[in-house]
Design a protein around this ligand. Structure first.
Ligand code: MN
Length: 202
């Protein structure tokens, strides 16, 4: 059987002559899996939460962004797999293109998969996501500690939906999602408005 083309949806939605978003290069990944949280000022402002699983970034759109408070359950709607290079993407997707609007990298870093089965054995992270529940420890420049992603609605009768929740215990998080318009990039220190005006001046 031919290997599944996991980035077909990603490529199909984009015209790479028009958007500055990356194509995949096929570069091998590093040792520890990566995560990135982008702020995306599209038709609706949202956060994009992405976890490296093998050679792609599994992706969720999180309208309110991740919270550092375990009492906050944040809606996370799956979007198409993105190439690993997308972790670096910050810039402006042209108006009229898929996802048109400004993107900043709000946080990035590595994560440690924590998923275990009922007997305490660690299970494959990709498999735990497919089953609809995965836990992991983030080590970013802003986000730290354990989070869980849990599917609560299957895509059979509409849009698949998950919750992204900070787990109790461990190091108390201080950085929840900020006001997206005041937030600064972990890569460049810029706000959305600064990235947009820099792009306009190019
Ligand atoms: Mn987005």
């Amino acid at each position: 059987m031919a290997e599944r083309d996991r980035l077909r949806d990603y490529r199909g939605k984009r015209d790479f002559d028009r958007t500055g978003e990356p194509r995949e290069s096929g570069e091998p990944a590093g040792d520890r899996p990566r995560f990135v949280v982008q702020i995306h000022d599209a038709s609706t402002m949202h956060f994009d939460f992405r976890l490296q699983v093998d050679d792609v970034l599994k992706s969720w759109s999180v309208p309110k962004g991740p919270s550092a408070d375990p009492k906050d359950k944040r809606l996370a709607v799956p979007t198409e797999d993105h190439p690993l290079e997308y972790e670096e993407f910050e810039g402006v997707i042209p108006r009229g293109e898929y996802g048109g609007g400004t993107v900043i990298v709000w946080d990035h870093g590595t994560y440690e998969p924590l998923s275990h089965d009922r007997k305490g054995r660690s299970v494959d992270f990709a498999e735990s996501l497919e089953r609809g529940h995965a836990t992991f420890r983030l080590s970013g420049s802003k986000l730290h500690g354990e989070y869980a992603l849990t599917r609560f609605r299957s895509g059979d009768d509409g849009e698949e939906a998950w919750l992204l929740v900070k787990r109790t215990g461990g190091r108390a998080g201080t950085h929840g999602a900020p006001d997206p318009r005041r937030a600064r990039s972990a890569r460049s220190g810029r706000t959305l408005a600064q990235v947009a005006s820099d792009a306009a001046g190019e």
